[in-house]
Design a protein around this ligand. Structure first.
Ligand code: 2BA
Length: 107
């Protein structure tokens, strides 16, 4: 068995979790915050059999879209002179971790 952690954009999360549920997977949604942009994203937790991992990743990938965000970034020109230069950052579609599960119980 494997545990899949998928960090996805908030705007994609409802559709991705609906599609996973429709396909028969159990999903838990956590509201999380990206350390770089400091904006909200969603982390999905999915426990599933080893042979279904690729199917789950396929569904997540199909419905997670890449987005461009503009973030302020500070540039320094000489001592004490700084200016804020907007920087373009590409976010997503999805960041996925697959972990082994040692034991799984429903009590
Ligand atoms: P954030 O940390 O808010 O990062 C948003 C986007 O900013 C990233 O998109 C990446 O394009 C850029 N970025 C992140 N750290 C950067 C840095 N130190 N310098 C320059 N650009 C940087 P994604 O890579 O698609 O990541 C989306 C979200 O997935 C991240 O939000 C974070 O919450 C999570 N994530 C991505 N990689 C991770 C990792 N290795 N471990 C844990 N969480 C991760």
């Amino acid at each position: 068995m494997k545990l899949i952690l998928a960090i996805i954009n908030k705007e994609d999360s409802t559709f991705v979790s609906q599609e996973l549920t429709k396909a028969g997977y159990s999903v838990t949604k956590l509201a999380t915050t990206g350390g770089f942009l400091m904006s909200g994203n969603i982390t999905l937790i999915i426990g599933t059999e080893d042979e279904k991992v690729d199917d789950v990743i396929g569904i997540i990938g199909q419905h997670s879209h890449k987005r461009t965000e503009i973030v302020p970034s500070t540039a320094m020109y000489g001592i004490g002179v700084t200016t804020s230069v907007p920087m373009e950052v590409t976010v997503g579609g999805a960041t996925v971790f697959v972990l082994p599960v040692e034991r799984f119980e429903k009590l």
